[in-house]
Design a protein around this ligand. Structure first.
Ligand SMILES: Cc1cc2nc3c(=O)[nH]c(=O)nc-3n(C[C@H](O)[C@H](O)[C@H](O)COP(=O)(O)OP(=O)(O)OC[C@H]3O[C@@H](n4cnc5c(N)ncnc54)[C@H](O)[C@@H]3O)c2cc1C
Length: 470
């Protein structure tokens, strides 16, 4: 591209595509590393900014001792630390790494996962210094991470935007990137709809999420049955920057045929928008280890208590897609209802049914009653369902994000032919290779923060002509 073609373009040192948590972490880190002009391009209008990150709740990270958690809670909550940790003195990096591989399978990029795990505590400290806050989890299920982001994903993203802008960054809204070209080695021209384009930059970070919101890409990669599916997240993540990067020669990684999908209340709309975080939290149907799960035929198809729900919820979501009618029913007995351990969304769901007997509940929801009664008779060990009345809660699958993405190294450099592509970085869900089968809750935000921070630092150094590892 010659100087005449470049003249008149909107010029930035570092451009980040996507204003989710990963993109804003990259933007903040780029400014802290010395870049003076940093723009984040966001497809959504300002009123619906925030991405899927604004609908989240928690991050998973290792903690060395209770003081680490106290320091995060700062202030009125820190006296509750012992109660919160319920006798658990630490969550080591090794335990974190083992949980990740056990749940997601070993066909992940283990070097990348390990580097994320090792940099998690330090990244959380950086986020805390940048203004992030955590509070005790108010409605923990067994095995849940003890602390959550203050104000959930909405709070996370409000603080991310504030910090990025305070540092001098600019967000350009309604600026969806459709194409990426190489201007000269290490510099990129971005094209898309909106007055900001064309844009030229000295380093580029891609953080635009997966392709979960694009029906055609879903059908091509996940399979035809995924063309029609409800999204738990925003309708903006259509995968255009991911496709543009692969057209430039970027390598892909991870399992493109799989995705993160979880059990949700049947009133989940076709998609959600930032600002609907409380609706999203209320629709989660993750208390299944306290009861049983059957399909429309009254059959169990999944071992409800094999893992904590925060480790098994995606596996159940994936199995729902294979059940008749793609709907399942979680059933609890009065012992559980009376114990007050079910999340509020379960008890207020207008689609749920309280029935005096299993047969009655099955009849009202058109389940096969004989099969259900037989399944309950066969329950073994700790699991019992014999104290009426029974609560039946229907659940469907809600797609969260896709697993397939770009290949990056531990420095968040995008690879092409196995080598880093000059000046091109990626972070967040657009990165592949982190998940293969199941998913341990809270790891995606953590991975996005670690790689976002690294991508932003590396991009700033590249734009400033600094050579060598950060
Ligand atoms: C309901 C819900 C709850 C979740 N809860 C958790 C949780 O508690 N913990 C956890 O770890 N993970 C959770 N996740 C997973 C979550 O998606 C990731 O952890 C994380 O938020 C992804 O961050 P990201 O920055 O990669 O993507 P996003 O936050 O989705 O950001 C991507 C951004 O890119 C923009 N964009 C897309 N295409 C373009 C384009 N062409 N040009 C410009 N901009 C574009 C989008 O508008 C969006 O703002 C949840 C997801 C959902 C949907």
């Amino acid at each position: 591209m010659n100087a005449g073609q470049i003249k008149g373009m909107n010029e930035w040192q570092v451009v980040v595509v996507g204003a989710g948590n990963a993109g804003l972490c990259a933007g903040m880190a780029a400014l802290q590393a010395g870049a003076r002009s940093v723009a984040v391009l966001e497809a959504a209008p300002k009123e619906t900014r925030g991405g899927n990150s604004s609908l989240t709740k928690s991050m998973r990270f290792p903690w060395p001792d209770s003081r680490y958690i106290s320091a995060l809670l700062r202030g009125p909550h820190d006296h509750r630390v012992d109660e919160l940790l319920a006798g658990r003195s630490r969550y080591t990096e090794q335990e974190y790494f083992d949980d990740w591989l056990r749940v997601s399978g070993s066909r992940v990029d283990t070097a990348l996962v390990e580097s994320i795990v090792r940099r998690s505590s330090e990244t959380v400290r950086w986020m805390s210094e940048s203004g992030q806050r955590w509070v005790p989890r108010s409605d923990p299920l067994p095995g849940d991470f003890p602390v959550v982001l203050d104000g959930g994903g909405q709070g996370l993203q409000g603080r991310n935007f504030a910090c990025f802008e305070r540092l001098g960054g600019t967000v350009l809204y309604q600026s969806a990137v459709t194409d990426i070209e190489v201007a000269d080695p290490g510099r990129y021209v971005l094209r898309g709809a909106g007055p900001a384009f064309p844009i030229i930059c000295d380093a580029l970070v891609l953080a635009s999420g997966g392709f979960e919101a694009d029906a055609r890409m879903r059908a091509r990669h996940l399979g035809e049955q995924w063309r029609e599916v409800k999204l738990r997240g925003v309708p903006f993540n259509k995968g255009a920057p991911l496709a543009a990067a692969t057209a430039l020669g970027a390598d892909t990684a991870g399992n493109w045929e799989r995705c993160h999908v979880t059990p949700q209340g049947v009133h989940l709309p076709d998609h959600l928008l930032p600002g609907q975080m409380h609706l999203s939290h209320g629709l989660a149907r993750y208390a299944f280890p306290r009861g049983i799960v059957v399909n429309r035929d009254g059959r169990r198809f999944f071992d409800e208590s094999s893992e904590y729900s925060s480790l098994a919820y995606v596996t159940l979501g994936q199995r729902i897609m294979d059940q008749p009618g793609k709907i399942v029913y979680q059933i609890f007995d009065n012992r559980v209802i009376e114990a007050g351990v079910l999340p509020k969304g379960y008890l207020t769901d207008p689609a749920s049914v309280v029935a005096p007997s299993l047969e009655d509940g099955a009849r009202r929801l058109s389940l096969d009653a004989a099969n259900l009664v037989n399944e309950v008779r066969l329950l073994a060990g700790e699991k019992r369902l014999d104290d009426p009345p029974f609560l039946f809660v229907p659940a469907v699958a809600g797609l969260t994000f896709t697993y397939g993405g770009l290949a990056v190294n531990v420095n968040a450099e995008v690879l092409g032919g196995g080598e880093p592509i000059d000046g091109l970085y990626a972070a967040g869900v657009i990165v592949g290779g982190l998940y293969d089968e199941g998913y341990p809750a809270g790891t995606a935000l953590m991975a996005g923060s670690v790689l976002g921070r690294r991508a932003g630092t590396s991009a700033a150094r590249h734009s400033l002509g600094v050579r060598g590892a950060a």
